[in-house]
Design a protein around this ligand. Structure first.
Ligand code: HEC
Length: 206
């Protein structure tokens, strides 16, 4: 089954390659590593860059935070990125040279490195409830030949605590043991209520 999927993937990828209409140099989603795939599925042969997020690791519920995603090293001529967030309640907003594609952010075109570095900026609007978010980022460091050869991508993640984060830490009124036992008791009671008429019915039949 796995092999079949993999073969299907290879066919899909090779057909993408032969169709210029599916050019990815203007941005591709689903390759942050969040769901497994990264840009390096296609971009090969170049030196491995390093990538990093910069920005606040905690936000108030509903607040907006400013973030950077930085690619350093690798072929380091041009590059691109794909950024995703774990929660559908959180909103990503594109900064310069980025655009929103579905729920993710991608580069608008291969962007030139400056020095040994390429920096994308964006913002995150936190959900209105306490939760721990994960940002997923993939950065491709390319040789600017407009093929997928001689390039390579790396991925990273950043955890952002919104409010108290999730799961919420133990606080007053949080009594794990009691809660569990109470629930257990309740369902045992419910089972007994269900079992009683069943048992009675069985008796009547025999
Ligand atoms: C399905 C294969 C595939 C995947 C996955 C893919 N690319 Fe590409 N990419 C290509 C191909 C083919 C080209 C060259 C054709 C074109 O311009 O689109 C390319 C070109 C590029 C270029 C220009 C490269 C150069 O040397 O000039 C950049 C930058 C780029 N992609 C970024 C990305 C990023 C960032 C990701 C991951 C988020 C990604 N690509 C994922 C196939 C892919």
């Amino acid at each position: 089954m796995r092999l079949l999927f993999r073969l299907a993937g290879i066919f899909a990828v090779s057909s993408l390659w032969s169709l210029p209409a599916f050019a990815t140099s203007t941005g591709i989603t689903g390759h942050t590593g969040k769901d497994g795939a990264t840009c390096s599925t296609c971009h090969k042969g170049g030196a491995l860059p390093t990538v990093a997020f910069e920005g606040p690791t905690s936000l108030e519920p509903g607040a907006t935070g400013q973030y950077s995603f930085i690619i350093r090293g690798g072929a380091a001529r041009t590059g691109g990125a794909d950024i995703a967030v774990s929660s559908t309640e959180a909103v990503l907003q594109a900064g310069a040279n980025m655009k929103k594609l579905g729920a993710e952010l991608v580069h608008t075109r291969p962007m030139e490195f400056s020095g040994n570095e390429l920096r994308f900026t964006f913002s995150v609007i936190a959900p209105s409830t306490d939760v721990t978010l994960s940002l997923f980022g993939a950065g491709n460091s390319a040789d600017a030949d407009l093929t997928s050869e001689g390039d390579r991508a790396a991925t990273t993640t950043l955890s952002i605590t919104v409010g108290k984060g999730s799961p919420a830490g133990p606080g007053p009124g949080d009594d794990d043991g009691g809660g569990c036992a109470a629930a257990g008791g309740a369902s045992l009671g419910a089972l007994a209520m269900l079992a009683l008429p069943l048992a009675l019915r069985r008796r009547r039949k025999s």
